[in-house]
Design a protein around this ligand. Structure first.
Ligand SMILES: [Cu+2]
Length: 538
């Protein structure tokens, strides 16, 4: 069993000699995310070894939770709706995200398939009142001996995001990868108002007609549309990010001792004694992957033990719920460029003012993770303060939406029609020209002379344009009127063109992979124009 797992991981690497960077460039334009997991009330998990793939080519011996027998437990389902092929192997990092409904009774049965020399293992579910059955008594909870099982039963008493992780020799077992997340969705609607209907209707294209490729699916885990019993926790889309780091010396030492203990002639009762200090991590991961691997799709075949990605997409104005967990030993100052994050709750506890319904959580510049701590926050992007018309449509141009208007609501945003191309535009900048000559759509001239689009270094998404929209690159023509050479960007200039923001650790060492930049805790967040359908199933 153990040997088979290793062999499979190795042969997988052989099949995929292409560098992960090349893969990311090929695939990342399509990867979009959501917060995938498994839903059910009786969940069988294993703790087992396998190898984690890193972008520098290393395969790191690790331990993780997975599905017993490598298959979804009966009675469980993959969530949210997905068109990709989800899987739950016998080991993954992070462990399967458990998605349950408030009030539900949950039983997790853990089978210890770690090497015998690793000793006992267990799971803690902090924040819940857990009763453990079977197993043997450990320091913090009942533990499963090698080959044996233990069961944990608890009621998902309140909504929110929380961590679960090994309660046995945590310094080693959590470092090796034994951690995951549990998301409890509320069982009823907010008590202080209802969430607006989430429109899955088709948006409008630049010609003002409905998109031919239809509307967007609703990928939210919460059926009430809210993360808590509060109207202020209503959201449009959600992403889960689990932060951890790895010191490969610890993993190499564990493998050496596991191998030694399994060798002929090894003493009876041989077990691991792996020092976890000094601690020198060189892999800094989000959802078990380092950049650029984290921007490949969820359940990408090349990461059989790292199914979850990190590549958020959103439309302007979308209320985006970020579920953030510190799973390693270090704090990580994660910076969400483009706006601040309003914290709703920590460890499933809403942060409220004394009136009991007003949010009192901080507005964070970096959502600094703390080991073991989970937080939920709302992020949105609006373009407010850019000081130019990000949509670049204006009356009198050749643009099909020549009559595009911006009617400010009480907060200054255009929110009258949720299907409008410029829904949530910051009206103060509407028709504000940017370019010194009317190269783009906006006539009249502005303060800036844009470089030739040919001179831009184009990333996988960036169209070399300061405007949003599928034809943004075409609308922003430089002095020679040219657009980026075909093939220099992953998407043709006439299709997707969003604003890409770097979301990354502000500890700069942590945006490296084994000390090579770029890598580590880094991803790109994409603001997609409303004409572009965000498909989070990928
Ligand atoms: Cu930053």
């Amino acid at each position: 069993m153990f040997a088979t797992t290793i062999k499979k991981a190795i042969s997988m690497k052989r099949l995929l000699p292409v560098s992960c960077t090349a893969f990311a460039i090929l695939l990342s334009a399509a990867a979009q995310a959501a917060a995938p997991g498994i839903s059910g009330s009786t969940i069988n998990l294993t703790a087992a070894p396998a190898y984690l793939s890193q972008p520098d080519g290393l395969s790191v011996y690790s331990w993780g939770y997975g599905c017993t027998g490598g298959a979804l437990p009966s009675g469980s389902t993959f969530v949210p709706v997905t068109t990709t092929t989800p899987f739950c192997t016998t080991m993954q990092v992070p462990g399967p995200t458990l998605v349950v409904t408030e009030g539900q009774s949950v039983t997790v049965t853990l089978t210890n398939n770690l090497p015998a020399s690793a000793g006992n293992t267990s799971i803690l579910f902090p924040g819940f009142i857990v009763s453990a059955t079977g197993g043997v008594a450990g320091l913090l909870t009942q533990e499963a001996a090698p080959g044996a099982t233990v069961s944990y039963t608890f009621t998902a008493s309140s909504p929110g995001t929380r961590a679960y992780y090994s309660g046995t020799q945590g310094d080693l077992q959590v470092e090796m990868g034994l951690y995951g997340a549990i998301i409890v969705v509320p069982s009823s609607a907010p008590t202080n108002g209802t969430c607006p209907t989430h429109s899955t209707a088709a948006g409008l294209n630049t010609a003002g007609t409905a998109l031919v490729n239809g509307g967007e699916s609703d990928f939210r885990l919460s059926t009430t549309g809210a993360a808590y019993h509060l109207a202020q926790s209503c959201y449009d889309r959600e992403y889960l990010f689990q932060f951890s780091e790895m010191d490969p010396n610890i993993h190499a030492q564990a493998l050496a001792q596991v191998t030694g203990c399994a060798a002929p002639g090894a003493p009876t009762g041989c077990h691991l004694n792996v020092p976890t200090e000094p601690y020198h991590p060189v892999y800094f991961m989000i959802n078990g992957r380092s950049m650029p691997d984290d921007m490949d799709t969820n359940y990408a075949a090349q990461y059989p033990h790292q199914p979850y990605n990190g590549n958020p997409h959103m439309h302007p104005g979308d209320l985006t719920l970020l579920r953030i967990i510190g799973q390693g030993r270090w704090q990580h100052p994660f910076h969400e460029h483009g706006n601040h994050v309003r914290i709703l709750a920590r460890d499933g506890n809403p942060i409220l003012a004394p009136d009991g319904t007003s949010l009192a959580g901080p507005l964070l510049f970096t959502t600094t993770t703390t080991p073991g701590l989970a937080m939920d926050g709302i992020f949105y992007w609006s373009g407010k303060g850019l000081n130019w018309d990000a949509y670049g449509h204006h009356a009198g141009s050749s643009d099909p939406l020549a009559t595009l208007t911006c009617t400010p609501d009480a907060n200054g945003y255009n929110t009258g029609n949720a299907l409008a191309v410029n829904y949530y535009e910051w009206c103060q900048d509407h028709n504000k020209p940017m370019e010194a000559k009317p190269f783009g759509d906006i006539g009249g001239g502005g303060p800036v002379t844009l470089p030739q689009p040919n001179l831009f270094t184009n990333g996988a998404w960036y169209g070399g344009s300061p405007y949003l929209g599928p034809d943004a690159t075409v609308r922003s023509a430089g002095p020679t009127g040219s657009t980026p050479p075909s093939g220099t960007i992953a998407n043709p200039p006439t299709s997707e063109a969003g604003f890409a923001f770097m979301w990354h650790s502000h500890n700069e060492r942590e945006i490296t992979t084994n000390n090579i930049f770029p890598g580590g805790m880094l991803m790109m967040m994409l603001v997609d124009s409303r004409e572009f359908v965000i498909d989070e199933s990928l």
